[in-house]
Structure formats: structure tokens, C-alpha cells
Design a protein around this ligand. Structure first.
Ligand SMILES: C[S@@+](CC[C@H](N)C(=O)[O-])C[C@H]1O[C@@H](n2cnc3c(N)ncnc32)[C@H](O)[C@@H]1O
Length: 488
């Protein structure tokens, strides 16, 4: 049997540092760049690492090393994977515990032939038109039925808010319509009556599409539309509902929003397909539901480069990826999107955030992380608030595990590029870029360099209240660090 000889990587620290030093200081800001090029623009995701960062990093590293495999253990919406594909690597690996992130990543990385996509979309639009025309009166009268006949306030928590599934089923039965509905306990709290019906009709029509790649593409469009037509406050990652007054006048045209989204995304897919067509190689894409602290599906010592942006802190106090995705996940049948995906229920969806980095606090923990910088910040926070100190510790405890797991997947002399932000807790700054270096060195990595970037185009809450008192706001991150380390 022929043995496959792994290509060795050389230490190129000096060459890299000299190249980085020769670049303009603001090169990493990408202020005026269209960051939604191609499939990068098909779905919103919190704290996306804009694609020019990974594109630029890959182009530099490829000059000095024969990079063939890339891993992003916190892939989110799959930005780095797309760039790894366009950089003609052999294999790209991505993991994320958020099912919605995996769906978006699968769609973003799968180039669909334009003719096939267009034909299937035409089919879908034809079907939608037929169904919406047939059911128009029944759809339009549903709001009035709930308000006037059932005498329910559609903006209230109880009544429509908590019994939407039963009320909708009853209404449909009256009209002899058999329409499956998602079993979401507070469906009506998050969706107006007419919106529930319209979303479900669209969902049924998507289900009829046989081509799996096209269907998944449409699920991504649907996911975006579920969020946009829900009663959620727009532009928030957490689940906040619009206030009652706003809700009274909220009247989204679900079909129109959906069709516009599909058409916009078809263009985005076309841009990606064009770029994809110019590739020399067929890149293998591997997307897994792995914890970044274990990475069980990633082969050991196989990875040439890691480019990643981990969360800034735990979901509860920073960005809640699970909450951001919840409404869409409740509507989607995730297990039908890929053979590796399991069926989700409300309990599993609600548990996502607590499974992410720092989501589980150990009240009896003892500080034993190899980072003096973290210890100093931790002690200061502890003096002000013990519980917050424990939360902070839980995050870095998990980050440390993740660095250990990632390093075990790297080839010797493989580089890791970590894009991190330094957040403030209890008015004490946590210098994650420095903490990361100390933890990484402990796991057999050498520190190479740090690049700084201003985050003008990152979708992040720029202000928060570190004391959790309303009105007390301070500027949070305005810059990020790209920390580069090498496995020794
Ligand atoms: C800053 S986002 C990544 C954004 C991504 N770079 C992009 O461009 O879309 C961090 C991601 O880490 C994921 N995550 C957090 N903890 C994780 C863990 N323990 N294992 C795997 N993924 C995790 C979150 O679900 C989230 O998608």
C-alpha cells in the first residue's frame, strides 16, 4: 500500500513578520470594501469576520508555505471556508455548535449552477403564486378572525401569544385546509396571525424542491425572512420583541420579502459561481457539529493553517448566537438539510447558548490557567463581583481547552491566526490578545506577531452597559487584534 507523505511546513516567522511590517498600517481595516460579495452576503450573522481578512491572510501565508488545509473551529457563517475554497486549497474544515451556522456555511460553500438554480426558483415562484392566489382570501381574513371573532389582542402574551398553533389549526380546519404547523410554544408571541400562515405556505413550497443544494439555498433565504417578518426588534441579536405600538402597525408583506430575498441571493450565488468556475482544484469541504474544545472529526496533525474568530465572551453577556438563530431554527427542519443533522426541538434550540464557549459555570472552580495576565484581571473583577469573575473564568477555561484541541490538529510549523477583541467587564479590560498568547505558549506554540485592525464594518453592538445599569454606556471594542502563533 502506498504511504501518503505529508508535506512538511517550515518556520517562516521572519519572512512573515517582514511582510507584515511592510504593509500600510490600516491595511486590515477594510473600511471601504464591499464585505457582502458573493455568498458572503446571503445571510446575516452576528460578529462576522469580514472576508477580506481571511483572503489577505491566505494570500500572504501561501507565498511562504504550501498551504493545503484550513480549519476554522468557530466557523459561524463560513466566511473563512469560502475564502479557503477560492484560494484553491485541497480541504477546508469548519465546525460550529450552532446548527444555523452550519446550514449557512453549507450553502455559502456550495456553488450551484446558475441554470439549475434559476429553473428551480422559477418553479418555486410559480407554485407560490398558485398557492397564494388560491388561499389569498383565507390568508387575508385570518388577522380579522383572531382579532374580531376570537376577540384576541394579537400583541398580547396570552391568547394569540400562547395559543397560536391551536387557533391556526382551528381556523384551517374550518376551511378544510390541511397545513402542517411548527410546534412552537409561543409562536403567536413572535409572529402575527397572517405571517404564520404565509410562512408555512412558503415552507411547504420549498419542501417540494427536490434538488437538495437548491432546497438548502432556499432554506437560508427562508431563515432570513423568518427573522425579518417576526415580531423581533430588528438589528438586535437577542430576542427582544417590538413594543406594542410598533407591533400595531407592523404589517410585513411576507411573500414579497421572501421573493426579493431569493432574487438578491440568486445574484450573490451567481457571483460566487463565477469566482468558483475559475478555480483549478476541487476543494473538499468538511462541516462538522464539533465542539471547538474537542474537534473529534478533525484529523490530527493535518491542518496547515487556522484562521478563526472565537466569541468575545460567553453568549449570555456578549453575543447570543443561539438566541439570534432561535426563531429560524424553530421553523426549519434542520434534519432534512443534511444527513448529519439531528432533529431539533425547542429544548435543544434553547440549550445552544449554554453549550458555547463559557456557557457552563463551575461554582467550585479554582484558578489554574497558565496566564498571569488573566489572573490579574480576574482578581480585580472578583473584588467587584464574584459571579462575574466566575463567568469570565469559565470563558477562558474553555478557550484554553480549545487552543489545546486546535493545536493537536495542526502540523508542526502550522500557523494559527486568531482574530480577537478585548472586552470590558466591570470596567476592567480583558486583554484577550495577551491572554491568548500566554495560553497558546503553554500548549506548545510560539508567538509570532499581532496585527491591529479598526472594526468600522463589523456588525457588533458598539455600546454596552458594563455595569448592566441602563444609561451607563461605554464604548466597547473599536479595534481587534489578529494574533499569529506557530505550532512548534
Ligand atoms: C465570532 S463568531 C464566528 C463568525 C465567523 N468568523 C463568521 O465570519 O461568520 C463565533 C462562532 O463560534 C461559535 N461557537 C462558540 N462556542 C463554540 C464552541 N465551543 N464550539 C464550536 N463553536 C462555537 C458560535 O456559535 C459562533 O458561530
Amino acid at each position: 500500500m502506498a504511504t501518503v507523505i505529508k508535506e512538511m511546513l517550515k518556520n517562516v516567522d521572519k519572512e512573515l513578520i517582514s511582510e507584515f511590517q511592510s504593509l500600510p498600517i490600516d491595511i486590515w481595516d477594510f473600511k471601504d470594501e464591499d464585505v457582502r460579495f458573493g455568498t458572503h452576503g446571503i445571510h446575516n450573522y452576528p460578529a462576522v469576520m469580514v472576508y477580506p481578512i481571511s483572503r489577505k491572510l491566505l494570500s500572504i501565508f501561501k507565498k511562504y508555505q504550501p498551504i493545503k488545509t484550513l480549519l476554522d473551529p468557530y466557523m459561524g457563517s463560513g466566511t473563512c471556508l469560502v475564502e479557503g475554497i477560492l484560494a484553491d486549497l485541497d480541504s477546508v474544515y469548519g465546525t460550529d455548535l450552532n446548527p444555523l451556522a452550519r446550514l449557512i456555511s453549507r450553502v455559502k460553500t456550495k456553488a450551484i449552477e446558475p441554470d439549475i438554480l434559476n429553473e428551480q426558483i422559477s418553479h418555486l415562484f410559480y407554485n407560490l403564486d398558485y398557492n397564494f392566489t388560491e388561499l389569498r382570501k383565507i390568508i387575508d381574513k385570518f388577522d380579522d378572525y383572531v382579532r374580531k371573532e376570537k376577540k384576541l389582542d394579537v400583541t398580547a402574551k396570552d391568547g394569540w401569544g400562547s395559543n397560536a398553533v391551536e387557533i391556526t389549526k382551528e381556523y384551517l380546519a374550518m376551511h378544510n385546509i390541511d397545513l402542517y404547523l411548527p410546534e412552537i410554544s409561543n409562536l403567536g408571541y413572535w409572529f402575527l396571525p397572517r405571517v404564520v400562515l404565509e410562512l408555512q405556505i412558503i415552507k411547504n413550497c420549498i419542501k417540494l424542491i427536490e434538488n437538495k443544494d437548491v432546497r438548502n439555498f432556499l432554506w437560508v433565504c427562508f431563515s432570513e425572512v423568518v427573522r425579518l417578518t417576526s415580531n423581533r426588534r430588528n438589528g438586535e441579536f437577542k430576542m427582544y420583541r417590538m413594543d406594542k405600538e410598533k407591533l400595531k402597525t407592523f404589517n410585513p408583506n411576507v411573500l414579497e420579502i421572501f421573493m426579493n430575498t431569493v432574487q438578491k441571493n440568486e445574484q450573490k450565488m451567481l457571483e460566487f459561481y463565477d469566482a468558483y468556475s475559475q478555480k483549478q482544484k476541487n476543494t473538499q469541504v468538511h462541516i462538522y457539529n464539533n465542539n471547538a474544545m474537542t474537534l473529534e472529526n478533525i484529523p490530527d496533525e493535518e491542518i496547515d493553517i487556522v484562521i478563526t474568530s472565537p466569541p468575545y465572551g460567553d453568549s449570555r453577556t456578549t453575543v447570543a448566537y443561539g438566541q439570534f438563530s432561535r426563531t429560524a431554527l424553530e421553523w426549519l427542519d434542520m434534519h432534512e438539510t443534511d444527513s448529519t443533522e439531528e432533529e431539533l426541538d425547542e429544548r435543544k434550540i434553547r440549550a445552544i447558548d449554554s453549550n458555547l464557549l463559557g456557557g457552563k459555570i463551575d461554582k467550585n472552580m479554582e484558578f489554574n490557567l497558565p496566564s498571569p495576565t488573566l489572573r490579574e484581571a480576574y482578581e480585580q473583577i472578583k473584588q467587584k463581583d464574584e459571579k462575574r469573575a466566575l463567568e469570565v473564568y469559565a470563558f477562558y477555561r474553555d478557550l484554553n481547552e480549545s487552543i489545546r484541541a486546535i493545536t493537536s490538529k495542526m502540523k508542526k510549523n502550522g500557523y494559527q491566526c486568531w482574530v480577537v477583541g478585548n472586552r470590558t467587564v466591570k470596567e476592567i479590560q480583558l486583554p484577550t490578545h495577551q491572554i491568548l498568547i500566554e495560553l497558546a505558549e503553554h500548549h506548545g506554540n510560539a508567538y509570532v506577531t499581532t496585527l491591529v485592525r479598526n472594526i468600522s464594518n463589523k456588525v457588533m453592538p458598539l455600546l454596552n452597559s458594563p455595569t448592566n445599569k441602563t444609561g451607563q454606556k461605554v464604548a466597547t471594542m473599536t479595534n481587534e487584534h489578529i494574533v499569529i502563533i506557530r505550532k512548534q
